[in-house]
Structures are given as structure tokens and as C-alpha cells.
Design a protein around this ligand. Structure first.
Ligand SMILES: Nc1ncnc2c1ncn2[C@@H]1O[C@H](COP(=O)(O)OP(=O)(O)OP(=O)(O)O)[C@@H](O)[C@H]1O
Length: 272
């Protein structure tokens, strides 16, 4: 059926989802289960284009699960599935049966808590995604590696050692390399799951500064346990508790004048 194939073709061909105005990612009434255990309950949330959206809440409330729904990384877990509702990217249902999941994961990149460069050179780490996507032109690859490393504010630190092992970099540099690797395939959305959790305060400050720069070009969703970090980097914050979205608001509003009592209790340390 033509209506069934259209989203897959659009995403596979790299058609840009809407990049101006409106939400880039829409989460519509999502329930999510790991096997028989329900983890998310009726979550609805619009993630605005070129903004930073923070997910906060106590451990186990479902922040990472929801984040991982947005690029379907949860598909890799047996029995993990959305049981109600849907998620759209630029208007396309990301769980559409004909959608190209690999193309989706290029458009919706992910950075993890534990930086995970390959045991290869700095250059190869960033070139990898392009090569997997079939790019063979060495000039294009070299330009992309430089552009991605510059975007991740790592170029000046590594330009003279591009062919040395990525594992020789500091933790903060390795995390920025992983961000460069994600940027190399030109995502629209970058998901970050506690990207600073394993870093010291100086490396954390660099990543936070980078996030602020990246939102000029990318839509960013960040899971963080660090309330100050959510305030520093995000435009909007979603507070989750026991798998439910309690409040979603402008970050300053949520932290200074929360609308829900549960949010106020969590922020004042009386819950969670
Ligand atoms: N692979 C899995 N299989 C089964 N249950 C899982 C799996 N991953 C997470 N869960 C459960 O789903 C619930 C939500 O977990 P999730 O990791 O999304 O929460 P979180 O808010 O991100 O927590 P944290 O802040 O500790 O990372 C928890 O009860 C967790 O035990």
C-alpha cells in the first residue's frame, strides 16, 4: 500500500523532517512495557526543534526508557515495546512497520553515559558512520571528520594526532569524540543519556558549553540526575515519577515556580 511505504522511503532517502517551527518529536499517549511490566504510562510530550529538553526524575522513573524509544534502541531488548500511543519525528511515525530503523538512528543519534569510542584511531572513530553508510570519497570523509570534530569542540586538541588511538584521550575528550561520531552522519536529533555522569567538573563544563552550541543546529534531549545541569543547559524540562510525566514546562518556570505539588516536593528533596 502506498500509504504504508511512504514514511520508509522518505526517511531512507534522508528527506528532512520539518526543521522550522512546531515540535520535531511528538510523543503521543505512550505506554511502554518490558515484557509484562509496564514502565511508562500515557506519556505525551512535544520536543521542540533546536531546543534542549531535559528529562529529570528519580532513579527508575523511566527517563532512559523514554529516551531510548525515540531512536528505537529499545527494539534490541527482548519483549520491550510500546503498547499504546506513538512517537513521530517530523510527522512520521517512527514505529511504522516499513520504516528504515538504521536511517532513523542516523537522524536520531545517541550519546551514552559511559563514553564508548572504538579501539581505533580518532579519525576512524568519526569516519566509521560515514563508511558504514557507504561513503567512499576520501575527501568527503576527511572534510566530515574535521567538521564533526570542530562541531564537538575537539578539533584543536586532536588535529595533530588524528591517527593515534582514541583510547589515549581523556574521558571528557572521549565523550566529545563520541559526540563528533554522532554528528558525522548529520542527525536532526541528539539524545544524551547522562552524558556527564562519568566526567569531572571541568570536562562536564565543556560538554555543557558544547550542548549550548549544538542546539543552534540540533534538537537535543538530555537525561540528567543533575538539577543544576538541567537548569544550565535546557530550555524545557520534563519531570517523571513512577513512569508518569508529572510536569513538562519551561525550565526556569519548572524550577522556580512548579505547577505540580509532586515537582515541588522532588525539587526540594522531599521525594525520590
Ligand atoms: N532492560 C530492561 N528490562 C526490564 N526492565 C527494565 C530494563 N531497563 C529498565 N527497566 C526497568 O524500567 C524502569 C525504568 O527504568 P529506566 O532505566 O528507564 O529509568 P531511569 O529513570 O532512566 O532510571 P535511572 O535514573 O536510574 O537511569 C525501572 O523499573 C527499570 O528497572
Amino acid at each position: 500500500m502506498s500509504t504504508a511505504t511512504a514514511p520508509a522511503l522518505n526517511l531512507a532517502k534522508g528527506t528532512q523532517a520539518s526543521t522550522t517551527g512546531g515540535p520535531q518529536v511528538k510523543i503521543n499517549g505512550v505506554d511502554f512495557c518490558y515484557g509484562s511490566k509496564q514502565t511508562l504510562f500515557d506519556i505525551s510530550l512535544d520536543i521542540a526543534n533546536k531546543e534542549v529538553t531535559a528529562f529529570i526524575g528519580p532513579s527508575g522513573c523511566g527517563k532512559s526508557t523514554l529516551l531510548r524509544c525515540i531512536n528505537r534502541i529499545n527494539d534490541l531488548i527482548d519483549g520491550a515495546r510500546i503498547t499504546k500511543g506513538n512517537i513521530t519525528l517530523g510527522g512520521l511515525d517512527i514505529n511504522h512497520p516499513h520504516l528504515d530503523v538504521i536511517a532513523l538512528r542516523r537522524k536520531v543519534g545517541m550519546v551514552f553515559q559511559k563514553y564508548n569510542p572504538f579501539p581505533r584511531s580518532i579519525y576512524e572513530n568519526v569516519a566509521y558512520g560515514l563508511q558504514v553508510a557507504g561513503e567512499k570519497d576520501k575527501k568527503v570523509i576527511a572534510e566530515t571528520v574535521e567538521r564533526s570534530l570542530r562541531s564537538a569542540t575537539l578539533w584543536d586538541e586532536v588535529k595533530d594526532r588524528l591517527h593515534e588511538s582514541a583510547l589515549g584521550l581523556s574521558g571528557g575528550q572521549q565523550q566529545r569524540l563520541c559526540i563528533a561520531r554522532t554528528l558525522s552522519v548529520k542527525p536532526q536529533v541528539v539524545l544524551m543519556d547522562e552524558p556527564c555522569a562519568a566526567l569531572d567538573p571541568i570536562a562536564t563544563a565543556k560538554i555543557e558549553e558544547l550542548i549550548t552550541q549544538l542546539k543552534e543546529q540540533y534538537t537535543i534531549v538530555i537525561v540528567t540526575h543533575n538539577m543544576e545541569q538541567a537548569v544550565r543547559v535546557s530550555d524545557r524540562t520534563a519531570f517523571f515519577y513512577l513512569g508518569k510525566l508529572i510536569e513538562f514546562n519551561d525550565t526556569m518556570k519548572l524550577f522556580t515556580a512548579p505547577e505540580k505539588e509532586e515537582t515541588e516536593r522532588y525539587l526540594s528533596g522531599r521525594m525520590g
